[in-house]
Design a protein around this ligand. Structure first.
Ligand code: PMP
Length: 373
């Protein structure tokens, strides 16, 4: 019998760029559909029913045509408040926005300034460019390391990326701090990633057009419950967005996502309800953590970072065994032993609290740790 064809093929003689050879593949953990997924900071329930109605009405014509991004960018601009539609660029999730922004601005000799720990994909996309990452470590309280970031700005700084609220910590930078950073680094772009805006309520979008080097990112993956559709956006000055558009694929945001965006934005009542639910559930869950003497960081987002210590992997495994997925952040800089837990609805977090208490008891965590503090 003839051998399968793949075995007879010689290995390819072509090598990727040196930068790519040094990169690692990024594999997000796979989750089980039957578990309560508190490991990705998504909306844990659903998107607005108005979005489902629009999805159900998609025609074949909608699918045969190439997607048209610009009319929807005008709708988003009208909703978010920038003066011109040209100040908004829709992307295939904020991940694509970060990727395209870095490809647009970062070249050899440039520095990407990052407070760490922070969102992993900044480093991943930076590693595909010839720029150098300058990481500024937060203290143990994981507060925004503002003074150290200011001091780390150099003539080579090209982008400063700040997730606000930050992940995995849930801590925030103030508007005044961000404005000062932008003012000190006028030769750089300040990216403020407001993926978790709805849970914090403070934005920089009103400063677009006032702070010339500011770019704000927003996602529809968190409060809106549309992570599977892949929908994000950048808002910035017309000049900055023009460069970004050159690099961005014209069709990276698909027709289904474009169709769903206006009803998602319009249904403010749904977002208000979901955010209210999460904030109430976060207070319940924080109270449970405190009662169990598990150290936590104050969060302004839909997740809480907790300190489990040396048994972090076992904690994640035991939580999974009782149907609750949480994310080990131990390999993040300065996060050894720490686990991030997404906050869902009050009902879901009641289930999570039962799992937490069982797991804390099984591992003998909490009490002894709390007493030692
Ligand atoms: N920024 C931050 C800070 C995030 O936590 C995430 C999601 N994990 C993203 C961006 C990516 O969002 P999206 O799903 O829109 O790509």
């Amino acid at each position: 019998m003839a051998k399968p064809r793949t075995e007879t093929l010689a290995p390819p003689q072509v090598a990727p760029r040196a930068r790519v050879q040094a990169m690692k593949e990024y594999h997000p953990p796979l989750g089980s559909r039957d578990s309560l997924r508190l490991d990705f900071n998504e909306n844990t329930l659903a998107c607005s029913p108005k979005v489902r109605e629009v999805l159900a009405s998609i025609s074949s014509g909608d699918l045969t045509r190439y997607p048209e991004r610009e009319p929807v960018e005008a709708i988003v601009a009208a909703h978010l408040g920038p003066d011109a539609a040209e100040q908004v660029v829709l992307t295939n999730g904020v991940d694509e926005a970060i990727h395209v922004l870095f490809e647009t601005f970062l070249e050899e000799g440039d520095e990407l300034l990052l407070p760490v720990p922070t969102y992993t994909m900044y480093e991943v996309y930076a590693s595909a460019t010839d720029a150098r990452v300058v990481a500024v470590q937060a203290d143990d309280d994981l507060e925004f390391p503002f003074e150290r970031l200011l001091a780390a700005i150099t003539p080579r700084t090209k982008i400063i990326a700040v997730a606000n609220p930050n992940s995995p910590s849930g801590t925030v930078a103030t508007r005044a701090q961000l404005v000062e950073l932008a003012a000190k680094a006028t030769h750089a772009v300040l990216l403020v990633d407001e993926a978790y805006f709805h849970f914090h309520g403070e934005t920089m979008i009103d400063l677009i057009g006032i702070v010339p080097n500011l770019i704000v990112a927003r996602t529809f993956s968190k409060a809106y419950g549309l992570a599977g559709l892949r929908l994000g956006l950048l808002v910035g000055s017309v000049d900055l967005m023009r460069w970004v558009r050159r690099v961005l694929s014209p069709y990276s945001v698909n027709s289904l996502a474009l169709a769903c965006l206006p009803p998602a934005l319009d249904d403010k009542a749904y977002i208000d309800w979901y955010v209210g639910e999460v904030l109430a559930a976060r207070a319940d869950f924080e109270a449970a953590l405190d009662a169990a003497c598990v150290r936590r960081w104050p969060s302004r987002a839909n997740f809480v970072l907790v300190d489990i210590g040396p048994q972090h992997a076992e904690f994640v495994r035991l939580m999974r065994a009782v149907g609750v997925l949480v994310r080990d952040r131990s390999t993040d800089p300065g996060c050894d032993g720490r686990v991030r837990i997404t906050i869902g609805t009050r009902e879901q977090m009641t289930q999570a609290i039962v799992a937490l208490n069982q797991t804390v008891a099984a591992l003998g965590l909490g009490k002894a740790k709390g007493e030692a503090r």
